[in-house]
Design a protein around this ligand. Structure first.
Ligand code: ADP
Ligand code: ASP
Ligand code: MG
Length: 407
C-alpha cells in the first residue's frame, strides 16, 4: 500500500459539482488500496475576492490580519471536500494548517514551511481515513496564522509529501501537465512528459504558474516525485525528474511570461559605493523579492537605477524607497506597472551560445522593444510592454520550440 499526496487547485474545487467529482476520483484511488492525503486550494476566485475585501478597508492591509482572512478560503474547501468524501462512503477528516502544525517562519504573505508534525495525519491514515489538509497556510512559532504566497498550496502538498515520505505528490489542475508554454496563450504548446527540477524552477520563477516555485525547490531538495496532471482526465501528465543527459540536446524547453511585476526607476542617483546597499537593504528587510536590477555608470557621475518587484509589493516598495530618497540624493522615482517579463528556459543553453541573439532577433522582427534583459545559466528573460506579451510568447515558441532552432 503506498501513500499518495494529491493536491487539487482552485478550478478543480471551484464549485460543489467539481468537489463531488473530485471526491469520486479520490474514492476510486482509495479503492485501489492507496493511503491518501489530499491538499486543497480555495475555490477558484475566492482568494482574489478576499484580497479585494481587505483592500476596500485599507490600501496596504496589516499583514497579520490579511493572512487570517486569506486562510479562510482553504478552510471552506477542506470542510466541503471532507463532507463530499463522507457522502460517497470514504471516511475523511479535515485539518487546517495550525492543527497539523505546519510550522512556518513569520513572513506573513510569503511564509516558508519549517516543519510539519505528521503525527495526527499518520494516526488518521492508520485509522483508514483520507486526510484533507488546507493548502497555502501554516502557523508561526507564536501561533499566528501565516500564508505561503500565491499558488502556495502546491508547496503545502510537496512539503507534506516530503515530510510523510509519500511515494508521489500528484498536482491535479486544469491543464494536462507542464507544457512548452502556457496553453492558454499558445495553442501549439506541447505537453512535456518530463521536465527537470532545475528547468521547472526557472519556468516557475519566470511566470509558469502551473507550479509555485517553492514547491519545486522543495521537491528538488527532498527528491519528491511530482506528477502534474489534469483533474478532468486520466491522461498521464508531466513528471519532475533529475536532469537527464538527453535533455541538453533540446536548446529551449519552455517559454514563460509574467505580468505580475512592476518596474521602479530611481532617477539620477550618484554613482558611488554603498548606494545599492542603502536602497536594497530596507527592501529586503521588508521581505520584498527584487527580481531584475539594471544600473549603468554614466559620464556625469549619476546613474538611473531600475529594478522590478512583484506588483503586489509595489506600493510597499515605493513607500520604502521614498523614505531613502533624500539620503541617496535621487532626482525622482518612476513606476511602470504596464510591463511583462518573457523568458526562454532550457538546460541546453549551458552548452550552446547564441540563444540570446536569436531571441532578440525574433522580438525585433515583431517590433517588440526590450526594456530590460537578464540571464542565468539556463534562462534568458526580457522585460517588454505588457500589451505585447502574448505576441512575444508566440513568436518565441515558434522560433525555439516549433522550429527547434539550432545554434
Ligand atoms: P491551480 O488552480 O490548479 O493551482 P493554476 O491556475 O495555479 O492552477 O495553474 C494552472 C495554469 O497555469 C494553467 O491553466 C495555465 O494557464 C497556466 N500555465 C502557465 N504556464 C504553463 C505551462 N508552461 N504549462 C501548463 N500550464 C501553464
Ligand atoms: N488559494 C491560494 C491562491 O489563490 C493558494 C493556491 O491556490 O495555491 O493563491
Ligand atoms: Mg496554482
Amino acid at each position: 500500500m503506498s501513500l499518495l499526496v494529491q493536491k487539487y487547485g482552485g478550478t478543480s474545487v471551484g464549485s460543489i459539482e467539481r468537489i463531488k467529482q473530485v471526491a469520486g476520483k479520490i474514492a476510486a484511488t482509495k479503492r485501489r488500496g492507496h493511503e491518501i492525503v489530499v491538499v486543497v486550494s480555495a475555490m477558484a476566485g475566492e482568494t482574489n475576492r478576499l484580497i479585494a475585501l481587505a483592500q476596500q478597508i485599507s490600501e496596504i492591509p496589516a499583514e497579520r490580519e490579511k493572512d487570517v482572512l486569506l486562510a479562510s478560503g482553504e478552510q471552506v474547501s477542506v470542510a466541503l471536500m471532507s463532507l463530499a468524501l463522507k457522502e460517497v462512503g470514504v471516511p475523511a477528516r479535515s485539518y487546517l494548517g495550525h492543527q497539523v502544525r505546519i510550522e512556518t517562519d513569520n513572513a506573513y504573505g510569503k511564509a516558508r514551511i519549517l516543519s510539519i508534525d505528521s503525527s495526527k495525519i499518520v494516526q488518521a491514515l492508520k485509522a483508514g481515513e483520507v486526510v484533507v489538509v488546507a493548502g497555502f497556510q501554516g502557523v508561526d512559532e507564536n501561533d499566528n496564522i501565516t500564508t505561503l504566497g500565491r499558488g502556495g498550496s502546491d508547496t503545502s502538498a510537496v512539503a507534506l509529501a516530503a515530510f510523510l515520505n509519500a511515494s508521489a505528490c500528484e498536482i491535479y489542475t486544469d491543464v494536462e501537465g507542464v507544457f512548452t508554454t502556457d496553453p492558454g496563450i499558445c495553442r501549439n504548446a506541447r505537453k512535456l512528459a518530463r521536465v527537470s527540477y532545475d528547468e521547472m524552477i526557472e519556468l516557475a520563477s519566470t511566470g509558469a504558474k502551473v507550479l509555485e516555485i517553492r514547491s519545486v525547490e522543495f521537491a528538488k531538495k527532498y527528491s519528491v516525485p511530482v506528477h502534474v496532471r489534469s483533474t478532468f482526465s486520466d491522461a498521464e501528465g508531466t513528471w519532475l525528474v533529475n536532469e537527464e543527459e538527453s535533455m541538453s540536446d533540446v536548446l529551449v524547453s519552455g517559454v514563460a511570461c509574467d505580468k505580475n511585476e512592476a518596474k521602479i526607476t530611481l532617477v539620477r542617483v550618484p554613482d558611488r559605493p554603498g548606494l545599492a546597499a542603502q536602497i536594497f537593504g530596507p527592501i529586503a528587510d521588508a521581505h520584498i523579492v527584487v527580481d531584475m536590477i539594471i544600473q549603468n555608470a554614466s559620464e556625469d557621475g549619476t546613474t538611473d537605477l531600475t529594478f522590478t518587484v512583484p506588483k503586489a509589493d509595489c506600493k510597499k516598495a515605493l513607500a520604502i524607497v521614498e523614505k531613502t530618497l533624500p539620503a541617496v540624493h535621487a532626482k525622482g522615482i518612476k513606476v511602470d506597472t504596464d510591463i511583462a517579463k518573457v523568458s526562454v528556459v532550457g538546460v541546453g543553453m549551458r552548452t550552446h551560445a547564441g540563444v540570446a541573439a536569436q531571441m532578440f532577433q525574433a522580438l525585433a522582427r515583431e517590433k517588440i522593444n526590450i526594456q530590460m534583459i537578464s540571464t542565468s545559466e539556463i534562462k534568458i528573460s526580457v522585460v517588454i510592454g505588457a500589451s505585447q506579451t502574448d505576441q512575444a510568447v508566440r513568436v518565441l515558441h515558434d522560433t525555439f520550440i516549433e522550429k527547434q532552432a539550432t545554434v
